[in-house]
Design a protein around this ligand. Sequence first.
Ligand code: PRX
Length: 664
Amino acid sequence: MSHDTPGPTATAATSQQGDALENLLHENRKFAPSADFAANAVVGAEVYAEADADRPAFWAKQARELLTWNKDFTQALDWSNPPFAKWFVGGQVNAAYNALDRHVENGLGDRVAIYFEGEPGDSRAYTYAELTEEVKKAANAFESLGVAKGDRVAVYLPMIPEAVITLLACARIGAVHSVVFGGFSSDALRSRIEDAQAKLVVTADGTYRRGKPSALKSAVDQALATDGHSVQNVVVVKRNGQDVDWHEGRDHWWADTVEAASAEHTAVGHDSEHPLFILYTSGTTGKPKGILHTTGGFLTQTAYTHKAVFDLHPETDVYWCTADVGWVTGHSYVAYAPLINGATQVMYEGTPDSPHQGRWWEIVQKYKVSILYTAPTAIRTFMKWGRDIPDKYDLSSIRVLGSVGEPINPEAWMWYRDVIGGNKAPIVDTWWQTETGAQMIAPLPGVTETKPGSAQVPLPGIAVDVVDENGASVPNGHGGFLVIREPWPAMLRGIWGDPERFKETYWSRFETMYFAGDGAKKDEDGDIWLLGRVDDVMNISGHRLSTTEIESALVSHPAVAEAAVVGAADETTGQAVVAFVILRGDAVDSGDEIVQDLRNHVGKEIGPIAKPKIVLVVPELPKTRSGKIMRRLLKDVAEGRAVGDATTLADNTVMAQIAASLKK
Ligand code: PRX
């Protein structure tokens, strides 16, 4: 039965943070799919039992149904050497052929693959036939620049179709792409290029951000300014026409190389386990990890989940995932899954407030978007701007809403459902990670009764559990650590160049289980609630940042002696970076000036997204006798709470000193 109004014991929460979520385990609001939705859904309840009966067989069936293989596989899963899994052993498949050519061969060449909307208002559409041609040209161009199967290609592009074209061209020839989000600095770009030993960089002169042109290529130039790097060529898309420095012999305009290349290119099959991409993500140490994904399993699970979780009807739906291709969501659910499934999707370059706060809703109305996939931080921003803005647009095309990247608080969920979804579109809250490659926990919109704030149930074929510190499954109504008990097709195959770190990071906390780094609870119905990270990873607007990485950036500034960073609860961005710094003896505390300087320094070292919202200069940091910073206490300060138990501090006057200095 469906209830459109909150149940009597529904609890209001003001934050999506763990403490507040504790109260929410009595959520009574439930929204069942309408009879009509359920009747037309692409998957029904039977998939759970089918997957439970034989998990590898279930995935093997999806792999054969969703993909066209150059060579069929002989074994669904080889788990003889955990945690190193092999899926679809012996199979050969080409990602680009599956995303493009085969749709054209099947008579879908005229279907629109991408409706691109630039921030300044320019738009372009690519049919499947056109996109196939572009990708073939790019594949030829990259090959002519010496890129061969297995080589790494760094991609530093804005949200423009050339980003998708580049990724698929790499996949086509078996080159391994490593996308670096355009909001990362030249230093961050250089370290990622170095770690992966990229041979080619694909970038653009710049992009548009909040109505202004911004530069990208200059960061590539800086990253490559000193010798000793692996890059031989740089391909540059002309996007905003701004002046760029040019390195003759190294730099090539996209128009001269890709556009000029032949549109004939045959895709050969690559081994199922051939590396598809590396994507760097923050962990608990200073050095980002190059998460490695391979071909067959990644394509299978992304395509299956995209179809099942969004109830995709590719002939009629218009899908829009607002994630940037610099993050995993933009890989799995922009560049790959929608195209593998033959969907029509929207791609938008800019920010939601350019040139006005109704921009997204204008896009939904213009393209009749029917499936929208975005992050809670965006929803909370729209809530702040007020419902009168979306209310001006016709959003009646929307029939499924997705959420990803961070816990969604029940008010944001209810607002999303009511204001954007017209009180009828099911919301699918999808939990997953860069490492999992594809969605792992989510309702099925035609099956599950959805519940505001909970990602609810493991997807069919996925063995997720919540365990206590000894690894025992917790009963309903209890919390613990989120783990994955069995290998899944899109799982990371390792950390680039560091198999030991892979084992240690994910497979050592609990033997034989993957530890996700998230805390979670099971409510009375057994539905899963995500409670945020239990490690030193922060989640800022759905973007992952490590406290240690920002601390390292801060202490590399000559004025800083020590630094501690915490993620403090923030109404809009989920968490915000708050830094506590101790200045060096000879550094002058110039107040605002030093704070600005430190923020900019972090921006330069990592990127603008990592800039602390608040920098507090303090005389001391709270440490245990063994020298470990007690971030918990700093978090109390940053969130304006009474400071918790401080009895293990080496010097128990420290918190008073901090409080006194903050008063000043
Ligand atoms: O803490 C979880 C949170 O985001 C982390 C993964 O971040 P990243 O690798 O950048 O991937 C984000 C997009 C898939 C997780 O460890 N997270 C992601 N989705 C959710 C979430 N937390 C709660 N609910 C979600 N739906």
